[in-house]
Write a protein that binds this ligand. Sequence first.
Ligand code: HEC
Ligand code: CU
Length: 408
Amino acid sequence: MKGNSKLKSSFHKIILALLLTPFSAIAEWGLNMTQGVTPISQEIYNMHMVTLWVVTVIGIVVFSIMFWSIFHHRKSKGAKAAKFSHSTTVEIIWTIIPLAIIIALAIPATKLLIKMDDTSEAKITVKATGIQWKWKYDYLDEDLTIYSSLDEKSAEVSQRNSGIDPMQSVNYLRDVDEPIVLPINTKIRILTTAADVIHAWWVPDLGWKRDAIPGFINDNWAIIEKAGVYRGQCAEICGSGHGYMPIVVKAVTMDEYTAWVSEKKIEQEAKNNTKDMVLTMEEHMTKGESVYKAQCIACHQANGEGVKGVFPSIAGSSVAIEADNRLRHIQQIIYGKGLMPAFGEQLSDVDIASVVTFTRNSWGNNTGDIVQAKEVSEARSKPNVITAGDSKKEKIAKSKIDELARAR
Ligand code: HEC
Ligand SMILES: [Cu+2]
């Protein structure tokens, strides 16, 4: 008896504590949808809240009637069950009322959807291309392209046995090396597509998510009303690096945006003109390591050993050791191969020279080779030795099939 009342009083305390919990504390749990920073995201939020209240009221009404009926017409009170089975009036009522509620909700929701779809009169258009595993942004009005990859810190922490606690790493897997910079209070159209598999571009604060599908272009728009940094991620399982391609939008004033664009254009210009740079071994190793950490670590791992059966080891790979394979090695980075994406557009001649030099002289690959930017620049205009080998193989395979067919 005594134990029971104790239990009861502690139960009461819990209920009381829950009731007294200030709303601000509940908000901190982050259970609700974000309001975001665009007019559309705010409207989506409002629509969501209206719907939430409507279903809450319906829930309360329906369950109240149900529980009241169960309680007041219980057997112990001598209730006798009614014998009727159909009531046309009741059926009409319980069809009409929900239908009216649904229509009442569908009208504003449809209006909002149509508004979301209207990308006309955008001042700036950015094309976001999902690539395993990074984002490429083309500023179509500016002739500017940037690549946005996982930041070096997250890439390092994500390595097995990195010895760093991810919980202690600020913005772990939520940060990139090059955020997409956009001006505030400007209608921006964002096109989404992909180069390899299906990705999805999602920044919750902008209120929407769009699939990025190879061969298709989807579009959406945003007017960001508040300057700040907004984080998102790829929202479509796109392979083992799916969790390693975050999105970071940096919203700034129009002036800051214009300044950023011209700065990036100068950088881009400089990047396209590195073929005459000559670095020492030491400089190549430092630069190469940082390129490697930013671009290659997700697949080939920090120790260069890759992931067995998926991503080959560069440590000890004939491509990265043998003198005859220098061109193949360089072109592998330029053109990619199979699951390995092409880096030719993203990386400058000197970046590729450094990462090739670095991988030819790390993890026991002690070739002593130095590859300079000029060699990379020349490799770009030489025939692709990688696909050349492949088509030969294809031909051999085909002739073999022919041979087998003839033998039959
Ligand atoms: C998305 C994953 C991925 C990324 C990122 C990646 N690679 Fe690869 N890499 C591969 C795959 C897969 C292969 C094997 C390709 C094949 O032979 O079909 C490969 C092969 C190689 C090879 C040849 C190894 C061999 O023995 O065949 C080298 C060298 C190489 N990559 C270097 C790099 C460098 C340098 C970078 C960074 C600039 C890089 N890779 C980025 C997936 C990746
Ligand atoms: Cu993806």
